[in-house]
Design a protein around this ligand. Sequence first.
Ligand code: ZN
Length: 263
Amino acid sequence: MFGFFSARKKAESIIRALPVADITGAKAGPTLLVTAGLDGDEYAGIEAAYAAAEKYSDGNFSGRLIILPLVNMPGFEAGVSHNPLDKKFPKYCIPGRAHGSPTERLMYYIVQTCARSAVLWLDLHSGARDEITTSCLWNDITGVPEVDARGELFTQHSGALAAVREHAGRRSKALAAYDCAYVLAESEDATQHMRYIERAMQQLGMLAGQPPTETIRIFTKTRDMYTLAEEIKTGEVLLWHKTAPSARKGERAGEIAYDELKG
Ligand SMILES: [Zn+2]
């Protein structure tokens, strides 16, 4: 069920090597973009994205499902989060640049060919090889009402334990201008990633049924943790942390969400 962007002869190797499952559903509907492996060493999301392509390959849904299960192939092959070709992290290069470095060109290609037609971009992540993450979401506030409402609705029904809603940087703002809501979804569990995809499809009306409403804690601020021994205060949530103390001084050991929205 997987193809490659190889039809584009002029495309460079990093784009030609990008696996894609582009599935058109039986009925008309919106487009959902699912990506994984932007960080090349985060395997739960990659596993789930491949499984989802298999699961929905029959097209028994409304709309269009685009799955890019392994965006950062060079990073995956090297067992690292970043892209060794230019040492950049794909997630920080969105919306990319047409004539930038290899990662910037890759992300530009994905934004222009996939994200621009999608109403929601679900970007699956997990802890890197030396990290553990909570089931949580990053869903920025862009100031574009329809985009923010769509992202927030998914967040409410995602099944994640916590979400961070901060004011958007360049990435989410650029995508909002294309009417695409961007959600970065974390979990160590491929089953939870499958659930994210299913809930997104339900939320968008691509699958029948309403996703259940669960309690999700929503935070407006985060702070870095520089030692694994740092105390987590009442009302805070540890979003991710390293599995071992860092050898390098000053390196982040984790991240804590605080300032919970009371609703
Ligand atoms: Zn990641």
